[in-house]
Design a protein around this ligand. Structure first.
Ligand code: ADP
Ligand code: MG
Length: 606
């Protein structure tokens, strides 16, 4: 069935090394579109690296020219060549540096775009399961880590490889005996770098995980500051943030120790090389096998070579760090949504019939707890059906299933006798609009909020439509009193508006879609009795022809519905008209009684 079409389980049990190779390869494959920049940068890199290789050679020539052969012409010639090479090399170096930075930025943009578009396509269950901080870490620090490697380290890595090879060639040309002695130490350096790199990668993955945890706390606290303040819980939050930071530091201390040890090893090795080369090289000069100037050149080469190899080791660890980060990024880029949004039904009119057929459901985060059991009810086109029942009974869940946020564990949710999962997501959601329990506004203008999903371009928004639906939702008058009217920016998460105002904007937003099916989840709960009456009026006035599923607690709203479905503990315990249900004297009658006893009737209810 459709679940199988969409989800591809990640192949577990793949070998660690294999994965590393694959993600390094993937990392490079994201550079492909910049192949022309990369070619030019590589050319510059090659030129600069080759140019630099000649410098020690001509330094030796200069020294032979002045100190040993006293040959002024040789001296001048060597200086002129050196100057020319230096000019060329520096130009190539500048180009190389700038180009690689540019490549890195373009890489970062590309990966971030891929990542973000994969994130927003994930099923709702994914967001239930994944902390916001973790997702933001992926988008920020992880991708930056990757692009830094691409821009900086790959560049230096390549340069060092070219230069190491070139340097070796020159060294052999100068004295093969001395070269062999020097190069015997190389495998040792490579071995140490490799061991170190493995450990370092493990630690850096731990650092990333610990950092994501600290970010989670920060994100949660910052976004719920009012709750934190009202419980005076700042110190606790500071404390838990600090303890997460301490976790990071603990791993970083290990990292530092490892790094220190590594530096100590390589430093010892390179100093030992110097001594050996001087000893044996001096011997060769005394024997007349090598000129003094050439020994100087050789020593310069040997010094350079140790630096290059050391750097390659360091870069290798940096690259491993990026591979660690990229593994997580690619995992998310490659993640197939567990719920298909690409059904085939994508055109035509719908009448708006809704049917739940023996629907059972549990949330993916808590698969063992059954939230809905064998729920069956229907709404004919144009009908208004109220879902009522105690809180936690599963009413909102029904709406989420109808929105295809989740898929039922068994049974079917149908619109016009077609399962919702068979609809193309864009088409389905153009026909269904929802006002959620906690309406969320975006940090944009009110106008853009109301026209959300209709047009991405502010200037294209139909102002008369926006005002029309605002009238219907009883929001026009308060919007008109705001400083910039429809252009007023609502703060982040709509902080500057009251709950009732936000709800009215959300209702206007739903009406602007002109949906065939309207889902109202306690959409009037934050309104006072008077404005609720007005909004209700508006809703009922505009329902003509629309199918409405409404979740509400107030009797006045429920009474008018064509059908009432009573849901308790995930089961439909009764359905019918208000009068019938009251006569049945079951849960519904109890709820009605409690409400009527609990407070005085509002003018609207009398
Ligand atoms: P109602 O809207 O009737 O108050 P809900 O449909 O919101 O009830 O919730 C029904 C049950 O499902 C509750 O026990 C609630 O804890 C659980 N629930 C709601 N949303 C989720 C979720 N995203 N993940 C796991 N459980 C959930
Ligand atoms: Mg609810």
């Amino acid at each position: 069935d459709s679940l199988d079409d969409c989800s591809s389980d990640s192949q577990e049990g793949t070998k660690y090394d294999e994965e590393t190779t694959i993600s390094s390869w993937r990392l490079l494959s994201y550079c492909k579109p910049d192949i022309s920049y990369i070619s030019l940068a590589s050319l510059c890199l090659f030129l600069a690296a080759t140019g630099e290789i000649f410098i020690p050679y001509y330094t030796g020539q200069v020294i032979d020219g002045i100190a040993i052969e006293k040959d002024k012409e040789k001296f001048v010639k060597a200086i002129v060549i050196m100057t020319l090479i230096s000019v060329g090399t520096s130009i190539a170096t500048g180009l190389r540096g700038g180009l690689f930075k540019l490549i890195a930025s373009r890489f970062n943009r590309r990966v971030n775009n891929f990542l973000f578009s994969s994130i927003v396509k994930q099923e709702i269950g994914f967001f239930d399961n994944t902390k916001t901080g973790e997702i933001i870490s992926r988008l920020t620090s992880d991708t930056t880590k990757m692009s830094d490697q691409v821009g900086l380290n790959i560049n230096v890595f390549l340069r060092n490889c070219v230069q190491s090879v070139g340097t070796c060639i020159f060294m052999f040309k100068l004295s093969w005996k001395l070269s062999i002695v020097t190069l015997m130490g190389l495998p040792l350096v490579a071995f140490i770098s490799d061991k170190f790199g493995d450990q370092y990668q493990k630690l850096s993955t731990q650092v990333q995980e610990a950092t994501a945890k600290a970010n989670e706390i920060a994100a949660e606290v910052v976004s719920s500051m009012k709750t934190v303040r009202s419980f005076a819980n700042e110190d606790e939050e500071i404390h838990s943030y600090e303890s997460r930071q301490n976790e990071i530091l603990k791993v970083q201390v290990k990292e530092s120790l490892l790094y220190g040890g590594y530096r100590w090893c390589t430093e010892t090795l390179s100093l030992a090389f110097d001594v050996v080369v001087l000893l044996y090289g001096g011997h060769l000069v005394l024997e007349g096998e090598l000129s003094g100037g050439y020994l100087v050149s050789f020593i310069l080469y040997q010094l350079q070579l140790t630096v290059y190899i050391e750097e390659i080791g360091e870069i290798y660890t940096g690259l491993m760090e990026a591979v660690g980060a990229s593994k997580k990024v690619f995992e998310l880029i490659d993640r197939e949504p567990r719920i298909c949004n690409t059904g085939t039904v994508s055109s035509g009119r719908i009448s708006g019939e809704i049917r739940f057929e023996n629907v059972s459901f549990s949330y993916p985060t808590r698969p063992d707890i059954s939230v809905l059991t064998d729920v069956t009810f229907s709404a004919a086109p144009g009908e208004t059906v109220a879902l009522v029942g105690p809180s936690g009974g599963g009413k909102t869940t029904c709406i989420s299933l109808l929105e295809h946020f989740y898929e039922p564990t068994s049974g079917e949710v149908l619109v016009d006798s077609i399962p919702v999962r068979s609809y193309d997501h864009k088409y389905l959601h153009s026909k269904i609009a929802m006002v959620g329990q906690e309406p969320v506004l975006f940090a944009r203008s009110i106008k853009e909020n109301i026209a959300y999903g209709l047009s991405s371009n502010n200037s294209m928004i139909d102002q008369s439509l926006v005002e029309h639906v605002s009238h219907l939702a009883n929001a026009h008058s308060f919007i008109n009193e705001l400083p910039d009217r429809y252009e007023t920016e609502t703060g982040e998460k709509g902080l500057q508006l009251s709950g009732g105002q936000k709800q009215r904007i959300a209702i206007a937003r739903a009406l602007a879609q002109n949906p065939q099916i309207l889902l109202l989840d306690e959409a009037t709960s934050a309104l006072d009795a008077e404005s609720e009456h007005l909004v209700q009026d508006a809703i009922y006035k505009n329902l003509s022809g629309r199918t409405v599923l409404i979740i509400a607690h107030r009797l006045s709203t429920i009474e008018k519905a064509d059908k009432i479905v009573v849901i308790d503990q995930g089961k439909v315990v009764a359905q019918g008209k208000h009068k019938e249900l009251v006569e049945e004297n079951g849960l519904y009658a109890k709820l009605v009684k409690r409400q009527m006893l609990g407070r005085k009737k509002t003018p609207a209810e009398r």
